[in-house]
Write a protein that binds this ligand. Structure first.
Ligand code: PXP
Length: 238
């Protein structure tokens, strides 16, 4: 059964619209866990535009399932991660001007540095995942640098303009999930997944976990966090 990691970044985005206290991503994490989420995900960005350091420390205290910290592969973030000790770190590329994570991490071109960061995190007993495009060169590099997981970027699939492009992207995700698994990596997937496009992803048996944020928060605004998480789980669990 595929696990669901709920990303609470955009609860913090709404809070930061007024630079206030509410809504609280930590409270959202508690409700998501009560609704059956298998894990909580947050992205501490270099510019701290939504999740703040304090949120991360509090999430570490209250999350009872599995805490996955998405972060850039920088010295600052590695130091923070080893201090907080989340269950998992997902390394993602970060550009200041982007609205959201735009592409996968280029592990192949930054191999020595990524390998070093993976080693440091694993030495602190943190499970390491690399967010990569469904691309064989990247998957091979992820396996070679001893990452535990590859999180396959589903953004191009989710944002495809037509059915044929969507099917092409789905096939890439399927074959790269198989490749990652054969190379000994655990496989997860995420970005842009919603209550509709998630269905075809559920057929890919190598994928152990989906990380979903925006679609769940968008529904939570309308029907509440608990219902939003339960609805996604109902689709995932058939
Ligand atoms: N996985 C990774 C690595 C991400 O960076 C994000 C976005 O923060 C997600 C999953 C979730 O994407 P979305 O908010 O579109 O569901």
């Amino acid at each position: 059964m595929m696990r669901l990691g709920v990303n609470v970044d955009h609860i913090a985005t709404v809070r930061e619209a007024r630079r206030g206290k509410r809504p609280d991503p930590v409270a959202a994490a508690i409700v998501a866990e009560m609704a059956g989420a298998d894990g909580i995900v947050c992205h501490l960005r270099e510019d701290r535009r939504h999740i703040k350091d304090k949120d991360l420390f509090l999430l570490k205290e209250i999350v009872k399932t599995h805490l996955n910290l998405e972060m850039a592969a920088t010295d600052e973030m590695v130091n923070l991660a080893t201090e907080v000790a989340p269950d998992m770190v997902t390394l993602v590329p970060e550009k200041r001007e982007e609205v959201t994570t735009e592409g996968g991490l280029d592990v192949a071109s930054n191999y020595d540095w990524i390998e070093e960061v993976v080693r440091q995190l694993r030495n602190h007993n943190i499970v390491v995942s690399l967010f990569v495009d469904p691309d064989l060169e990247q998957i091979k590099a992820a396996a070679r640098c001893q990452a535990d997981y590859a999180e396959i970027h589903t953004g191009l699939y989710a944002n495809a303009d037509d059915l044929s492009a969507m099917n092409d992207e789905l096939e890439k995700i399927r074959s790269m999930s198989m490749a990652a698994s054969k190379l000994g990596l655990g496989v997860s997937a995420g970005h842009g997944l919603d209550y509709h496009n998630v269905r075809d992803i559920l057929d890919i048996e190598q994928i152990e976990e989906l990380n979903i944020g925006h679609a769940i928060v968008a529904k939570a605004v309308m029907v509440g966090m608990e219902s939003a998480v339960r609805e996604m789980l109902a689709i995932m669990r058939g």
